[in-house]
Ligand binder design. Structure first.
Ligand SMILES: Cc1cc2nc3c(=O)[nH]c(=O)nc-3n(C[C@H](O)[C@H](O)[C@H](O)COP(=O)(O)OP(=O)(O)OC[C@H]3O[C@@H](n4cnc5c(N)ncnc54)[C@H](O)[C@@H]3O)c2cc1C
Length: 417
């Protein structure tokens, strides 16, 4: 008689052992060296002279990306000319070779100063370092400088209607015809596709291969007849996410990054560059201070429940800074971010939801107004931030996916079905 396959049994010490591995990086370096502090002053000095007051914004409320497109384009140009956009790259690759701590200081100071985002964020933070790692000489020479300067704006074409968390289920096809690749399929949630010149996009090069193999990583010209972009209207009122319909879009062989089946491996490099850190900590600290000011202005400062929520937000922001310092200590010692990066992502995105909710609560009935309403407090930025925060627990790996990773790879719990 055959019996059902058994799950591997875990010994009772399995969880403490795994946890010990995670905890081994708990020795946190809390200080900065004199060189690091002088670098901080350099960043502050540059910001004082280059970031106009009208471009600075509050920590709460997210970016109203659509309104700020031209500001973000201009700001990227300034950062590029100041040599800040490839700060952490090795000197041989044209960067400043800044340590992880210096990069964190730079990002923290940008956030503290209320600097806007940059229009080519996905190209600069995700694609350019990926090309440094996997691109051909031609791809590096053709694209990297233009990505940094903002001459070429890239969007990310990974997700599909039935392939988000389960990205390996993607079905967009890439077929080789006459020495070129011809793409057909549909992408969705592509941020900024409507103003992008190109996309870095995953498509299936070999439908017969296993899901994680047979995927290619392509650089696709968005301004060609086989590409149609449709914007998706969001509850914030904006529409910076798009669907991309590909029907016979053509990609030259030289715009395939790596080999035709390397796409999954290269996509994993891209995900490695999606991180939080001290910049997020600085953002939350500012947001909590702004929330406390709002409560005082609205006369809610003596309400016990409100005080409790603000105190909780302050504690969480401080804990988040310590988590950021722990990750930084690890990076400074040359360790790549491990599965505990999921703790960071889960923590800040869930924390932001609570914080924004506390703020619209403090606004009382005004919190229910649409952000663009003439009666909305602070230009409706808290309502906007509350709506935007709902997306934060979805992109870059949803909270459920992060919890799965923490359960399996940090705590060593058995896999769910
Ligand atoms: C603001 C924002 C910007 C984005 N920008 C881009 C972009 O520029 N380019 C791009 O390609 N994509 C982008 N995305 C898409 C994003 O990557 C996906 O939304 C994300 O991967 C989730 O996929 P999905 O929406 O298909 O949800 P699904 O994967 O269908 O998930 C639906 C629900 O099921 C849960 N779930 C799924 N699998 C599991 C599981 N195994 N265990 C437990 N729960 C599970 C999820 O947590 C979620 O709650 C963006 C998304 C957002 C919100």
């Amino acid at each position: 008689m055959s019996s059902a396959p058994q799950r591997p049994q875990r010994t009772s010490d399995a969880i403490p052992f795994q946890f010990a591995k995670f905890a081994s990086f708990l020795t946190v370096d809390l200080g900065f060296t004199p060189d690091e502090e002088s670098f901080r002053q350099e960043v502050r000095g540059w910001l004082d002279s280059n970031l106009p007051p009208e471009w600075r914004h509050g920590a709460a409320g997210g970016y109203r990306e659509e309104e700020e497109t031209e500001v973000q384009r201009g700001w990227q140009r300034r950062l590029y000319e100041g040599g800040w956009l490839n700060l952490g790259w090795p000197k041989v690759a044209g960067g400043r070779g800044a340590t992880p701590v210096m990069q964190a200081i730079y990002q923290e100071e940008m956030t503290k100063a209320g600097a806007p985002g940059i229009l080519g964020r996905l190209g600069v933070t995700l694609l350019a370092p990926t090309l440094v790692a996997h691109g051909t000489d031609w791809q590096k020479e053709t694209y990297i400088e233009k990505i940094l300067s903002g001459e070429l704006i890239f969007c990310q074409g990974f997700s599909e209607p039935d392939a988000g968390s389960d990205l390996a289920g993607l079905r967009t096809r890439a077929e080789r015809r006459d020495g070129k690749w011809v793409l057909s399929g549909q992408k969705t949630w592509s941020s900024g596709a409507h103003y992008s010149d190109k996309s870095f996009l995953l498509a299936r090069t070999d439908p017969a291969a296993e899901p994680h193999r047979g995927i290619g990583f392509f650089l696709v010209d968005m301004k060609q007849p086989g590409v149609e972009v449709r914007r998706i209207k969001q509850m914030t009122g904006g529409g910076e996410f798009c669907e991309i319909f590909l029907s016979g879009a053509v990609v030259e062989e030289r715009d395939l990054v790596g080999q035709p089946g390397d796409g999954w491996k290269i996509a994993m490099t891209v995900f490695g560059f999606e991180r939080g850190g001290l910049a997020q900590a600085a953002r939350f600290e500012r947001a909590v201070a702004e929330l406390a000011a709002l409560a005082r202005e609205r006369g809610a400062g003596s309400d016990a429940a409100t005080r409790q929520r603000i105190a909780q937000a302050q504690i969480e922001a401080h804990v988040f800074r310590l988590i950021g310092l722990r990750s930084l200590t690890k990076a400074q010692h040359g360790h790549a971010p491990g599965p505990e990066a999921s703790v960071t992502k889960l923590y800040w995105s869930e924390m932001d939801k609570r914080l924004q909710e506390a703020a619209v609560g403090v606004e009382g009935m005004y919190g229910a107004l649409a952000p663009e309403s003439a009666l909305a407090i602070d230009d409706g930025r808290w309502q906007y931030g509350w709506m935007w925060a709902q997306a934060e627990t979805i992109y870059a790996g949803s909270s459920e996916i992060q919890r799965n990773i923490i359960a399996e790879r940090v705590l060593g719990l058995p896999r769910g079905r």
